[in-house]
Design a protein around this ligand. Structure first.
Ligand code: HEC
Ligand code: HEC
Length: 307
């Protein structure tokens, strides 16, 4: 028997078969049929289309950019045009936002400008503020990024206060009008024992019912706390107030509520007392237009905690 794989039968050509290319695989011969006409035309059309496209539109990459194309089309220019169109539509409202007394921009008194400000402010907030304050402006608990929805304000919650905070920022070196204060780091100033006493006293400040547990359910030592009172009055009250309710002029947080910028656990408070904190926020007037800053202030003021 012959080995079919290595020595297959030769294909026998019939009368009327087209000529072959001369190629033969395992005895199978390749006919030299012409390509179908429709296929060939499609092929020529793609070549013509390709050449025309690369002449009309940006196509061939070069060192500093692609060839421009004779139509001068550019997606970038298209977007810029769209933006200009919207800018022109809103130019008047934006101009007003830099001129009016912001407190008059309310839903009742000036609904058009108010709606524009809230929407523009929200989109600015999403782009520039949410990475620190969270998309919903709720801040990041105990990480130093304050919640902007509540009525607990470090630096003040009137429209004017909020506008100033946003425009100039907090503890940044870029804007001479930035809000500024520095808590003292008490490591080395107070003895370890005094630190532990004042930490416990600070915790007791938010213990309304006197059950030895502070406003966020952290237990403290009442004996240490009572020993910490004079330390607090001598070292902390100048900024946080005798009663610990804070000072907005200094951005010193209220220590008597359940809201903690850096955390109300004994560990977090001890860290604050030993090494202090230094929350920095950029000055937005250096990066955003005056209208954008004002719109964002109106937006934040309207979130619920505005005064
Ligand atoms: C890089 C992070 C960061 C970004 C971005 C940022 N902030 Fe802040 N923001 C902070 C920090 C930190 C504080 C608190 C500083 C402190 O400890 O006093 C703060 C405080 C504030 C306060 C004061 C809150 C109070 O209780 O008084 C307002 C208002 C505010 N931010 C609004 C904004 C707005 C609006 C934007 C966007 C235009 C923005 N922030 C962007 C970090 C940021
Ligand atoms: C010179 C003013 C100043 C003095 C003195 C001072 N603080 Fe502060 N304290 C601040 C400021 C300002 C902040 C906010 C820092 C920030 O946001 O970066 C702060 C923050 C805190 C916080 C964090 C609150 C939170 O919500 O997380 C605690 C706790 C605190 N101080 C306790 C104390 C205690 C206890 C003392 C005394 C031993 C003291 N401070 C002395 C200004 C002061």
């Amino acid at each position: 028997m012959t080995d079919q794989r290595n020595h297959p039968e030769e294909q026998v050509l019939q009368d009327g078969d087209p000529e072959t290319t001369g190629h033969s695989w395992d005895g199978i011969k390749e006919f030299n049929n012409p390509l179908p006409r429709w296929w060939l035309w499609c092929f020529y059309l793609t070549i013509i289309w390709g050449v025309a496209y690369s002449v009309l539109y940006p196509a061939w990459p070069g060192i500093s950019g692609a060839t421009a194309g004779v139509l001068g089309f550019s997606t970038r220019a298209q977007v810029a045009e769209e933006i200009d169109r919207f800018d022109a539509l809103n130019a008047d409202l934006r101009q007003q936002l830099t001129e009016v007394d912001l407190t008059t921009v309310t839903r009742e008194d000036n609904p058009d400008l108010y709606n524009f400000a809230v929407q523009a402010g929200e989109s600015t907030f999403t782009t520039w503020c949410s990475q620190c304050h969270g998309a919903g402006a709720a801040g990041v608990q105990a990480a130093g990024y304050p919640n902007l929805l509540d009525d607990d304000w470090l630096w003040g919650g009137t429209l004017e206060d909020i506008q100033a905070t946003i425009a100039h920022g907090i503890r940044n070196e870029d804007d001479p009008d930035a809000r500024w204060s520095e808590m003292t780091a008490f490591e080395g100033i107070l003895a370890d024992e005094e630190i532990s006493q004042v930490v416990n006293y600070a915790m007791s400040l938010s213990d309304e019912d006197g059950d030895g547990v502070n406003a966020i359910s952290q237990t403290y030592d009442e004996e240490l706390a009572s020993a910490g009172e004079t330390i607090f009055l001598d070292n902390c009250a100048a900024c946080h107030g005798d009663a610990g309710t804070g000072d907005r002029f200094l951005g010193a947080p209220n220590l008597t509520d359940a809201i903690w910028l850096y955390g109300g656990t004994p560990e977090a408070i001890e860290e604050t007392v030993r090494h202090a904190r230094f929350g920095v926020m950029p000055a937005w007037s250096l990066r955003l237009s005056e209208a954008e800053v004002n719109a964002t202030a109106i937006y934040v003021h309207g979130l619920g905690g505005g005064e």
